[in-house]
Design a protein around this ligand. Structure first.
Ligand SMILES: [Fe+2]
Length: 261
């Protein structure tokens, strides 16, 4: 926010996942609320809302959602009701329409993996009439060319997944021809402090393998989380003991010199 203050932005919007399994999630939520920023519901806010609705549903009791269960303890019933009201999409009239969504217009978890094909576009982004669609979720910047509309993926304020230990956000300027130009801010942030908070808060133990994957991903700038989830899909059995076994095998292969935290 300090970096942003030097510019005169017409509007600042957060693209979701203010609450994302880190120990600072509550502080991020409070800051965005105190500034009155329009907020989208990301998949992580969605997890908390679904957990609130049915904490015992089998899909939510897995260790995969331990960070969300930990985050949920930080919010009251009233706050969760407010979180549930967050929109999944915001549309603005400027420049023949500007649409902001978290992952896609039909899925809170669509991951572009750096590329949006025409087929992806038809399934996930053709539902809006806006000339420009902006999405978050992937933690990296990508300008997706060759689609019927302008589509941009923006980065994340911390926990980048493009190999940079930077906090990133994007500006969108409307050009005279009514197209949008994205420019990227990529700035240093105290990632060591975020890691220290994860350790000192005990989240690393309580959040299980997903918190540990996030910790090492940020610490080493080594993409782990989605690769582990893909690896775990191929694991012959699932369950609490199995996810641990899969995690240790995966980490031994990815970071063989890893020292236990
Ligand atoms: Fe997300």
């Amino acid at each position: 926010m300090e970096d942003l203050r030097q510019f005169k932005a017409d509007l600042v919007v957060t693209a979701g996942d203010m609450v994302n399994g880190f120990s600072s999630s509550r502080a991020c939520w409070d800051m965005a609320r105190s500034l009155g920023l329009p907020m989208l519901k990301g998949n992580h806010e969605g997890y908390l809302c679904k957990l609130t609705a049915d904490r015992q549903a089998p899909e939510w009791t897995s260790e995969l959602y331990s960070p969300s269960r930990e985050n949920l303890k930080q919010f009251s019933i009233e706050e969760m009701a407010r979180m549930a009201q967050l929109p999944s999409c915001l549309e603005f009239k400027a420049g023949n329409g500007f649409c902001l969504t978290h992952a896609s217009l039909v899925s809170e978890r669509f991951n572009s993996k750096g590329q949006i094909t025409l087929s992806d576009y038809e399934s996930h982004f053709s539902q809006s009439n806006a000339a420009c669609i902006v999405r978050g979720h992937d933690h990296r910047f990508v300008d997706h060319p060759g689609l019927p509309k302008q589509v941009f993926s923006i980065g994340s304020v911390g926990h980048a997944r493009d190999g940079l230990q930077k906090a990133q956000y994007a500006f969108f300027d409307l050009l005279p021809d009514q197209t949008w130009q994205m420019s990227v801010r990529s700035i240093d942030y105290p990632h060591e402090l975020a890691l220290e908070q994860m350790l000192s808060s005990g989240l690393l133990e309580r959040g299980g393998v997903i918190s540990q994957l996030i910790y090492y991903e940020v610490k080493h700038q080594h993409p782990l989380l989605f690769r582990f989830l893909d690896f775990y899909k191929t694991w012959p059995a699932h369950g609490e003991q199995e996810i641990r076994k899969a995690f240790y095998q995966f980490m031994g292969r990815e970071l063989p010199d890893l020292k236990p935290v």
